[in-house]
Design a protein around this ligand. Structure first.
Ligand SMILES: [Fe+2]
Ligand SMILES: [Fe+2]
Length: 228
């Protein structure tokens, strides 16, 4: 029994947007993900930190969910910036029930438990979002979602999962970082960074929090084992 995490699987079994066009690092990524996830058991929990499927709606993402469902571990999904299929929790839950996907669940305005740990998370915020006119609104919404999730942890120690990096070489999101500190988050995992941007990621301790990049290509498509 163990807790694992990986972000950015970018599955595209129907949407036909294979990541293999992004070079050697992504070659055969789907069989590599399949081989790695086959090692997990029904007792394991896997957090998927966003950008899970390129499908533009639930119907187009269905084959990607079916792919994930073949592995018996419990999966907790966070929204990424490319998860266009993401809908309301009630619609997504209903869709999964209808398709009999029983291993897929969400981390969204809530938290999940793993042993003594609380698993919290949300999409987060990143500087590239600053291009958008509604940026303050989007940031505030994400801060509120994160706080709702962190509050749900109660007294438990917290592991936090974000899609966007809360800090990066030359960048940080003070609103998100102050929440992580205020709720005494022990470890923070994030995805989104690919290819050449991986070397600008912050990995290691900053203050009381340990940060780790868990995007799939950064991990060689093998989920990071966080604890037993
Ligand atoms: Fe992303
Ligand atoms: Fe991504």
């Amino acid at each position: 029994m163990a807790l694992y995490a990986i972000g950015d699987l970018h599955l595209s079994l129907t949407a036909n947007k294979s990541m293999e066009v992004f070079g050697e690092g992504w070659r055969d990524y789907v069989p590599r993900i399949k081989a790695a996830l086959s090692e997990l058991t029904a007792a394991d929990t896997l957090v998927l930190a966003g950008d899970t499927s390129w499908g533009i709606d639930l119907a187009e993402a269905e084959a990607d969910f079916q792919f994930l469902e073949q592995f018996p571990c419990r999966k907790l999904l966070i929204k990424g910036n490319h998860d266009y299929w993401w809908s309301t929790i009630s619609k997504m839950t209903e869709f999964f029930a209808e398709k009999q996907f029983t291993t897929l669940d969400f981390l969204h305005n809530n938290c999940a438990f793993y042993g003594d740990w609380a698993l919290c998370g949300t999409r987060g915020w990143f500087e590239e979002d600053n291009q958008k006119p509604q940026n303050a609104k989007v940031l505030n919404r994400e801060v509120m979602r994160l706080e709702t999730s962190l509050k749900a942890a109660g007294e438990r120690p917290i592991l936090c999962f974000l899609h966007y990096p809360p800090l990066y070489q030359g960048y940080e999101c003070p609103e998100i970082l102050s929440l992580l500190n205020r709720y005494h988050v022990k470890q923070c995992f994030y995805g989104h960074l690919h290819g050449p941007t991986i070397h600008r990621a912050i990995n290691g301790s900053r203050g009381e929090i340990e940060f780790s990049l868990i995007s799939a290509d950064a991990l060689g498509f093998i989920p990071k084992k966080i604890c037993e």
